[in-house]
Write a protein that binds this ligand. Structure first.
Ligand SMILES: Cc1cc2nc3c(=O)[nH]c(=O)nc-3n(C[C@H](O)[C@H](O)[C@H](O)COP(=O)(O)OP(=O)(O)OC[C@H]3O[C@@H](n4cnc5c(N)ncnc54)[C@H](O)[C@@H]3O)c2cc1C
Length: 359
């Protein structure tokens, strides 16, 4: 790598930091990824890549670009993504029609399927709905492995990974952030990216630019493996559900978990897992189900619920968001563009509502 390459330190090796590290390294930067280890949202995620859930038209556009960016990245390297599509029947009646019409008006790939077609697509569901929406371009990510693959590729291209290093402060010269402090020394770089998930709030505070975040804990149940029974991601009044490659079923404890605004999780983990199994059993009554893993995780949610992506001050950039599985590939592309080449028409148009200054 020529010494004129800009140096970048990425704080965080979750899916956002890993995607950004790969995009930055590929675009000519010399990247170091500094990560403390421990609980990550990426390891616990449900892994649904979609634009059907969104807050408004701008958020839809960003998420749709998120899907397109995963397609671009998948064309370059092998990633554990499954382009299986989603069947959604959480709304009924007029709300169902409104959801379909709103998504069609935005240009989303959505088809209505009737009960017969639903049963053809998902023959094991005991109570097929009268109608469902089929989001044909959505995918599921094995998010821990996607993040590891992205980081491994970045390292293969020359990036370096500092594992077990907690960032405890920043170095600055005049108004510019020039590096960071860890318990075992100081590192300097031309640019620093905060991509630390829930840890971003404390880091932004240390940098003198507070970015308040919400407390959003979540529980996710994974069953013991069963025979192949599901082909799609399913979204219904029973909750969100998908089957992993090893046969286990994954379901967040909260129904409609993407919009879940709870500040606490139920205080009886055993009862929560049992309730999830009851919901699963009513969908798939022929299976003998048992849960294998109950994970408590924390979603990185900025105060207004929307992503935060952009320059904070000279030398410092931030990328922190929920729906980071959907958005990691596009966030990586845009971080690399803006940090190394400057704001483009595309990044300005997509990111204008998500700049850190609004908080
Ligand atoms: C239960 C659950 C279900 C979800 N489902 C979906 C879904 O279906 N679809 C979707 O798109 N999104 C989903 N999300 C959200 C998504 O998982 C997150 O937005 C995404 O994983 C965030 O990735 P990240 O890299 O920002 O953070 P993380 O994966 O949390 O990684 C942050 C990293 O930063 C490191 N770090 C923190 N502080 C420091 C520090 N001071 N110094 C050094 N390192 C530090 C941590 O050690 C960690 O490794 C879900 C989240 C949860 C919890």
């Amino acid at each position: 790598m020529p010494s004129s390459s800009p140096s970048v330190i990425v704080i965080g090796a979750g899916i956002i930091g890993a995607a950004a590290a790969l995009a930055l390294q590929s675009a000519g930067a010399q990247v170091r990824v500094v990560d403390a280890g421990g609980e990550t949202a990426t390891d616990a995620s449900f892994g649904w890549i979609n634009a059907s859930f969104h807050h408004d038209a701008a958020h839809y556009r960003l998420r749709a670009e998120g899907i397109a960016a995963w397609r671009r990245l998948s064309a370059q390297m092998s990633l554990p993504l499954t382009w299986q599509g989603t069947l959604c029947w959480e709304e009924t009646g007029a709300a169902f029609d409104a959801q379909r019409e709103a998504l069609q008006a935005l240009g989303y790939a959505v088809q209505e399927v009737d009960r017969t077609e639903f049963s053809r697509l998902e023959p094991h569901i005991a109570t097929p709905p009268a109608r469902a929406l089929h989001f044909t371009t959505e995918a599921a990510a094995d998010s821990p492995h996607v993040a590891r693959s992205l980081l491994a590729e970045a390292v293969k291209r020359g990036a370096q990974h500092l594992r077990g290093f907690r960032v405890e402060g920043f170095e600055q010269s005049a108004d510019r952030i020039t590096g960071l402090r860890t318990p075992v020394g100081t590192l300097h770089a031309d640019h620093v990216l905060i991509a630390a998930g829930t840890g971003s709030e404390a880091l932004m505070q240390m940098a003198g630019t507070p970015m308040p975040m919400l407390h959003r804990p979540a529980l996710v149940v994974r069953t013991r493996p069963v025979r192949p029974v599901l082909a799609h991601i399913l979204v219904s009044e029973f909750g969100e559900l998908r089957q992993l490659a090893d046969g286990s079923l994954l379901m967040p404890a909260a129904v409609n978990h993407q919009a879940d605004a709870s500040e606490n999780v139920p205080d009886d983990p055993q009862a929560t897992a049992a309730q999830v199994l009851t919901r699963l059993s009513s969908l798939l009554p022929d299976l003998a189900l048992d849960w294998a893993e109950l994970t408590l995780a924390h979603r990185p949610v900025p105060q207004d619920g929307l992503p935060v992506i952009g320059a904070v001050r000279e030398g410092l950039y931030v990328a922190t968001m929920h729906s980071g599985i959907t958005l990691a590939a596009v966030a990586g592309e845009m971080v690399a563009q803006e940090m190394l080449r400057g704001v483009s028409n595309t990044t300005a148009a997509l990111l204008e509502p998500y700049r850190p200054a609004r908080l």
